[in-house]
Design a protein around this ligand. Structure first.
Ligand SMILES: NC(=O)C1=CN([C@@H]2O[C@H](COP(=O)(O)OP(=O)(O)OC[C@H]3O[C@@H](n4cnc5c(N)ncnc54)[C@H](OP(=O)(O)O)[C@@H]3O)[C@@H](O)[C@H]2O)C=CC1
Ligand SMILES: O=C(O)[C@@H]1CCC=N1
Length: 276
């Protein structure tokens, strides 16, 4: 199936790498483009042995699956080009934060299948957590195809489109929150006298272990946390410092602000489209 990636950034590469590694896509059927960064495009061509092109005809003619992987702000010109090449059988998959199925349907004047997916960059190693919503134009067969594509890069949950802002905030952006926490903990451990070469493997294994406990132990996060926390011990002292510094509130706002931004992006591009 001719599959075209419009956009060759970090998300496109994560999706591509995961799907190729698991055989959900085959390299000879994959075409990729970006806006101007030829060096990056050629680098991906050489790394994954895929087709690349800046020629719309070569790229999009006969495309059965089109994956939209540009920033939300760049979607309008990309859809303008795409519009001339789609047929009712084209399946469009968007990974764009905020942009609604309705916006894509309207802009393309398209009644076919559109999938809105929110993966994360752990797709690169087959560990994405992807939320998926789709319109009525997605047949049962196409849905299975999409599920097999996204299952090849991790776990997938079908959700109502209205919930995608929250999913984007939680699992789309989620890896960045954990990387941020790791950055801070490593920097602090180093300042306290523990070398990065020791601190990093210890912390990474701690994160992996905690994730696996959450996934496999059948116990809630609260119970697992309580199991670590001895009365009057070190964990209690550490957690108290988190509470004193309102980390609870910070995480609450983190999720709310990220979801709000997803909604804002949608409203912004929808109002720009309405104004045309
Ligand atoms: N990064 C992440 O963790 C996640 C991102 N997403 C979503 O994925 C999308 C891409 O994000 P990300 O990969 O981080 O972004 P990047 O900035 O890394 O990549 C964007 C890509 O889009 C290309 N592009 C822009 N405009 C056009 C156009 N008109 N035609 C063709 N290509 C175009 C850019 O080309 P050039 O470099 O030449 O300008 C670039 O290759 C976003 O919409 C984001 O919301 C979703 C889940 C997670
Ligand atoms: O930051 C962003 O907007 C994108 C969407 C989710 C992760 N990255």
């Amino acid at each position: 199936m001719k599959t075209v990636f419009i956009g060759a950034g970090s998300m496109a590469e994560s999706l591509l790498a995961g799907a190729l590694r698991n055989g959900a896509l085959s390299k000879e059927n994959i075409y990729m483009t970006n806006r101007t960064n030829k060096t990056r495009l050629v680098e991906l061509q050489q790394k994954y042995d895929i087709n690349i092109s800046y020629d719309d005809e070569t790229l999009l003619n006969g495309a059965e699956i089109v994956i939209l992987a540009m920033k939300p702000k760049d979607v309008a010109p990309a859809l303008k080009v795409l519009k001339a090449f789609i047929s009712e059988n084209t399946l469009i998959i968007s990974v764009l934060a905020g942009i609604s199925i309705h916006y894509i349907e309207d802009t393309l004047e398209f009644k076919g299948g559109i999938v809105r997916a929110m993966p994360n960059t752990s797709a690169t190693i087959g560990k994405s957590a992807t939320g998926i919503a789709f319109n009525d134009g997605v047949t049962h067969k196409k849905l299975n195809l999409v599920l097999s594509l996204f299952n090849s890069i991790g776990m997938t949950a079908i959700i109502e489109e209205e919930k995608l802002d929250i999913v984007t905030a939680l699992s789309g952006s989620g890896p960045a929150y954990f990387y941020y926490i790791v950055e801070v903990l490593l920097k602090t451990a180093e300042e306290m006298g523990l070398d990065q070469s020791l601190a990093k493997p210890l912390l990474v294994q701690t994160l992996l272990g905690a994730g696996e406990m959450l996934a496999t132990s059948g116990q809630e996060a609260k119970t697992l946390r309580e199991n670590v926390t001895s009365p009057g011990g070190t964990t209690e002292a550490g957690l108290l410092a988190l509470e004193k510094n309102h980390v609870n509130r910070a995480l609450y706002e983190c999720l709310h602000e990220a979801a709000k931004q997803s909604k804002c992006l949608r409203e912004l591009y929808q109002s720009q489209a309405n104004a045309k």
